[in-house]
Design a protein around this ligand. Structure first.
Ligand code: CP
Ligand code: NVA
Length: 269
């Protein structure tokens, strides 16, 4: 079952197709169709759905909603994006980087723009994988403190180097990958005019990418806003791997579903 409280193209279709590939049936459950839209608690929803489903994917606003669902459900719960994290995206991203570069070890990934849910998961991935990860963001938009501390803890175990710069050129210097995402995430629409102003100078454009390695790859979780966080010449240019990245959502999530549901498969027959 796939609960969506926010819009989606990639997550919805890749999960649904992945479930069919694995021999299952995927139920698209929009907030508007579920009783949570009318105030039924997440606890009761979790317990009820656990009697029908083998796993639940949720895309929601507050991260705590996904945590509550996972706490009260008797089946595996997958985070399909919250305001805090987008872990399925990071799995697909590192698969795409590995495919493109032939290795992960020793790579430098530079994230430019708004440090958001996508950044958090990408940074946690870099910390766990022992990579060099930089963020180029305006000082008024700091990375989430909880995630930063957790990532730094991981980095001490793996040797990952995590750095934050206000100047995007410093972040991008000799990077193997430049990654960006929208300046206004879902749920922040009221701030979009302020954000458009605040992130001026952080567009990934032809001038900025010259600081990266010549064979750099450009990545974006999509959907993208050409002319805002990225210039059309970059996202539609020869170094862009955004559609390989998007396709990997399907492959990475199939592996994830097998991993989290294999035990369930036997208990549910
Ligand atoms: N990247 C991503 O999660 O896209 P959707 O919002 O289309 O699912
Ligand atoms: N940061 C974006 C990612 C969309 C896939 C958002 O949360 O809207």
């Amino acid at each position: 079952g796939m609960i969506f409280e926010k819009s989606s193209t990639r997550t919805r279709v890749s999960f649904e197709v992945g479930i069919y590939h694995l021999g299952g049936t995927g139920l698209f459950l929009s907030k508007n169709d579920l009783q949570i839209g009318r105030g039924e608690t997440i606890h009761d929803t979790a317990k009820t759905l656990s009697g029908f489903l083998d796993a639940i994917m949720i895309r929601t606003f507050a991260h705590q909603t996904a945590v509550d669902l996972a706490t009260h459900a008797r089946v595996p719960v997958i985070n399909g994006l919250t305001d805090l994290a987008h872990p399925c995206q990071a799995l697909a991203d590192y698969q795409a980087i590995l495919e493109q570069k032939g290795r992960l070890h020793g790579l430098k990934i530079a994230y430019v723009g708004d440090p958001n849910n996508v950044t958090n998961s990408l940074m946690m991935g870099a910390a766990k994988l022992g990579l060099h990860f930089t963020i180029g963001a305006p000082s008024g938009y700091p990375v989430n403190d909880f995630v930063w501390k957790r990532a730094k803890e991981e980095a001490t175990k793996t040797g990952a180097l995590l750095e934050i710069f206000e100047d995007p050129r410093e972040a991008v210097e000799k990077a193997d990958v430049i990654y960006t995402d929208v300046w206004t995430s879902m749920g922040q629409e009221a701030e979009s005019a302020i954000r458009l102003q605040a992130f001026q100078g952080y567009q990934v454009d032809d001038a900025l990418v010259r600081y990266a390695r010549p064979d750099y790859s450009f990545m974006h979780c999509l959907p993208a806003h050409r002319g805002e966080e990225v210039a059309a010449s970059v996202i539609d240019g020869p170094n862009s791997i955004v559609f390989e990245e998007a396709e990997n959502r399907l492959h990475a999530q199939k592996a994830l579903m097998v991993a989290v549901m294999q035990g369930e498969h036997y208990t549910h027959g």
